[in-house]
Design a protein around this ligand. Structure first.
Ligand SMILES: *Cc1c(COP(=O)(O)O)cnc(C)c1O
Length: 360
């Protein structure tokens, strides 16, 4: 069985974790700050704030922007649920604009239409889905024209680049995830990047129970802090990010070059971007048949995602969730992600190609 996801942790992570355990500094600690510093440094960003997850990072970003009850935030219908939940957690309402059929990311044309329909919208959350940067120049232009704040959900795109710039530095603030399936992991964890000192200060306070000074709470905050244990793992993982991404890119290139099957549509990566292949997602007309075939041939896969966000049962009472998003709905019915993680061997990827090429 070739697994769809495989976490790679080495002696470096082990040693650091043991060091933290022996130090007794389990919660706050020097590794949290070191991880923030390293992460922001490799992004050339002014501020990095470590959080307990990308979900909590996104939530405090939205809140720190002053967005809350009665406000609208535009986003893609095609992402992990945390993207739009963050809007709801902050008390605001998500508005969904359809995706582009080539990149599977937020379509600038659909964004423009959503802004016309909801001129009061305050922000847009862009997701760099599967590791592919969204059409940022077009999106930033529409956002600037319409006074929309741009937030980036980079949970699947550590190290991805758009026209020479790393994602996470293109909007007002960004969120990263270190969940085990992501390009690097801490176990659970997240990071906010921003160049805005006002946002940074608010987020620092919000993630730490609304306090600047211990037991003096100036806001109703949260415990969204990262622990020293998680940061220790993250620091070691960050050193391996480029290597891991390179391996993902090589695996994807092998699939690009060798998967040839008229029933299978491969993902596309525009040449002005560095795609870091959090997922390598195929489109097939008869997904049930392909997944049964993959099961029979011992190849792991994932369905990202079977249901678009506005169609989730949890969203059934939200007025902005009635409508159609045909491009996203079509992808939700046809997508299958195959293993692309850095632990795959040459024989694994060769097997996967052979199996897919024999599929009828
Ligand atoms: C994983 C993911 C999140 C949430 O990350 P957590 O760290 O698990 O909270 C948010 N957005 C996207 C696009 C994701 O893939």
């Amino acid at each position: 069985m070739i697994p769809h996801v495989k976490v790679q942790l080495g002696k470096e992570e082990e040693d650091r974790v043991i060091e933290v355990l022996r130090s007794g500094m389990l919660a706050a600690g020097s590794y949290v700050q070191e991880f923030e510093d390293e992460f922001k440094r490799c992004h050339d960003s002014q501020y990095g704030i470590a959080t307990s997850s990308a979900t909590t990072a996104l939530h405090v970003i939205v809140e720190a922007m002053g967005i809350g009850a009665g406000d609208k935030v535009i986003t893609t219908p095609y992402s992990f649920i945390a993207t739009s939940n963050a809007i709801l957690h902050a008390g605001a309402t998500p508005v969904f604009a359809d995706i582009d059929p080539v990149t599977y990311n937020l379509s600038p044309t659909a964004l423009e239409r959503a802004v016309k329909d909801h001129p009061e919208a305050k922000a847009v959350i862009v997701v760099h889905l599967f590791g592919l940067p969204a059409d940022m120049d077009e999106i930033l232009e529409i956002a600037n024209k319409n006074n929309l704040l741009v937030l980036e959900d980079c949970a699947q795109a550590h190290g991805a680049m758009y026209r020479g710039k790393k994602v996470g530095t293109l909007g007002r603030a960004s969120a990263f995830s270190f969940y085990p399936s992501k390009n690097i992991t801490c176990g659970e964890g997240g990071m906010v990047l921003t160049d805005d000192p006002v946002i940074e200060e608010k987020i620092r306070i919000l993630v730490n129970q609304g306090q600047r000074r211990r037991y003096y709470h100036e806001m109703v905050g949260y415990n969204y802090r990262m622990t020293n244990i998680h940061a220790a793992i993250g620091l070691e993982q960050l050193k391996k990010l480029d290597l891991y991404n390179q391996k993902r890119i090589e695996n994807a290139k092998f699939y690009d070059d060798h998967i040839v099957n008229p029933c299978i549509q491969k993902p596309v990566s525009p040449s002005d971007r560095k795609h870091v292949y959090h997922q390598y997602t195929l489109k097939v007309t008869n997904r049930d048949a392909l997944t049964a075939y993959l099961d029979a041939n011992g190849i792991g896969y994932g369905i990202h995602y079977p249901l678009i966000m506005p169609a989730q049962p949890a969203y059934k009472d939200i007025a902005t969730c009635s409508g159609t998003w045909p491009v996203a709905e079509d992808l939700a019915n046809c997508c299958v992600s195959i293993p692309v993680h850095p632990a795959l061997s040459q024989s694994d990827v060769t097997t996967i190609v052979e199996v897919l090429n024999h599929y009828r």
